[in-house]
Design a protein around this ligand. Structure first.
Ligand SMILES: CC(C)(COP(=O)(O)OP(=O)(O)OC[C@H]1O[C@@H](n2cnc3c(N)ncnc32)[C@H](O)[C@@H]1OP(=O)(O)O)[C@@H](O)C(=O)NCCC(=O)NCCS
Length: 152
């Protein structure tokens, strides 16, 4: 058992979310990154996104150990057709010391339950290299009906 609790993040969690994001980037960089504008950029971004993006936080005791967010896209209404929405899952991260305990699955399960509750027609995500098996286990399959134009 992971011992982690999953809950919705609130505005009071912005610093904890920014810390998780920093830990992720620094894990890949292999070193601390000096950027004194990052925390305020992060808070601005969170404010701007919060209307359509739902964020979950995993905690163990008082420590924030993981996160995931779900952005909602609303399809253009069509006459005679029920309104349709879909979701994009992003920024899935669990602190290295807490991995392989099922916390990522707990976070993903929370988002999947919410997507089902909202009646989403699909969920989309862009997996990191190593996380493919993690998402495949949850039922995600490679997309053959999307096109991407890489611009950078
Ligand atoms: C992907 C990630 C969120 C999974 O969290 P977790 O709590 O370890 O997840 P669970 O314990 O529920 O599942 C473990 C599975 O995660 C995957 N995983 C383990 N380490 C991973 C890593 N460093 N990067 C990507 N996926 C990883 C594996 O599929 C693993 O299952 P396996 O050991 O049977 O192969 C976590 O590994 C992580 O934060 N990775 C780095 C960031 C990342 O790649 N995020 C995904 C962006 S799309």
């Amino acid at each position: 058992v992971s011992g982690a609790r999953i809950r919705l993040a609130t505005k009071g969690d912005v610093a904890a979310l920014a810390n998780l994001r920093r830990a992720w980037v620094e894990e890949y960089a292999g070193a601390p990154i000096d950027d004194d504008r990052y925390e305020s950029d992060f808070a601005d971004w969170y404010d701007a996104e919060t209307g359509r993006r739902t964020t979950w936080l995993a905690t163990v005791g008082a420590e924030a150990v993981g996160m995931l967010n779900l952005t909602e896209f609303r399809r253009m209404p069509q006459p005679g057709v029920p309104r349709r929405r879909w979701g994009y899952i992003a920024n899935v991260f669990v602190r290295p010391a807490r991995r392989d305990l099922g916390i990522g699955k707990q976070l993903l399960d929370a988002a999947l339950a919410e997507a089902a509750e909202r009646g989403y027609v699909r969920l989309v995500l862009s997996p990191s290299a190593g996380s493919m098996p993690f998402y495949r286990r949850a039922g995600f399959v490679p997309a053959d009906s999307l096109l991407v134009l890489p611009l950078r």
